[in-house]
Ligand binder design. Structure first.
Ligand SMILES: O=C(CO)[C@@H](O)[C@H](O)[C@H](O)[C@H](O)COP(=O)(O)O
Ligand SMILES: [Zn+2]
Length: 195
């Protein structure tokens, strides 16, 4: 296959995965918007975590809440747990990399806050530990996963939301995660500012 044909195939696959995901995920994304709006308008905040590309997604989401998405509005409280190299290296070095997010959830999380837990496999141990910590803190969890949802799917409680992308491929799952994050930001803005 030529490079150009291969690139065109990536675009087609990504678009098809997004259309498939729209059919299965739209109602759950709407629920996630309601959960975030309820938390953010009653004194709660969003914490976000993930590894690799999903760490970038966590930061992308926090930036659009704290700063802005497409329209001007007051900043909203959100923290990406992936950014402070001193915290990450101290916890990773002194305890275990598996608890780099969980210890931050314990330190920062309050009842009524929301954890956005991002893992394409649903099996990253540090994201799983963060979800367990969030439950201990009486926080609700919005999980963004893929494949079969992995171990995270079996860990979620009533009131949590699993946005599981119907794809087996990490890159395609991440591409839908990014679109989903923008749907969340748009939904929050519509709830706060109107259409
Ligand atoms: O961005 C990519 C692959 O597209 C990678 O950096 C990927 O995020 C990393 O391998 C992660 O460690 C995968 O973790 P997870 O999505 O299974 O939780
Ligand atoms: Zn990637």
């Amino acid at each position: 296959m030529s490079t150009t044909a291969r690139i065109e195939q990536h675009f087609r696959d990504s678009a098809e995965t997004k259309l498939r995901a729209a059919e299965t995920l739209a109602p759950a994304i709407a629920e996630a918007i309601d959960l975030l709006v309820a938390a953010l308008t009653s004194g709660g905040k969003a914490l976000a975590c993930g590894n690799g590309g999903s760490a970038a997604d966590a930061q992308h989401f926090a930036a659009e809440l704290v700063g802005r998405f497409e329209r001007e509005r007051p900043g909203l409280p959100a923290v990406a747990l992936t950014t402070d190299s001193s915290i990450l290296t101290a916890i990773g070095n002194d305890y275990d990399f598996n608890v780099v997010f969980a210890k931050q959830v314990h330190a920062l999380g309050q009842p009524g806050d929301v954890l956005l837990a991002i893992s394409t496999s649903g099996n990253s141990a540090n994201v799983i530990a963060a979800i367990e910590a969030a439950h201990e803190r009486e926080m609700r969890v919005i999980a963004m996963t893929g494949r079969d949802g992995g171990k995270i799917a079996g860990l979620l409680r009533e009131g949590d939301i699993n946005l599981c992308v119907p794809s087996q491929r990490t890159a395609r799952i991440q591409e839908v995660h990014l679109l989903t994050l923008h749907c969340l930001c748009d939904g929050i803005d519509v709830a706060l500012l109107g259409e």
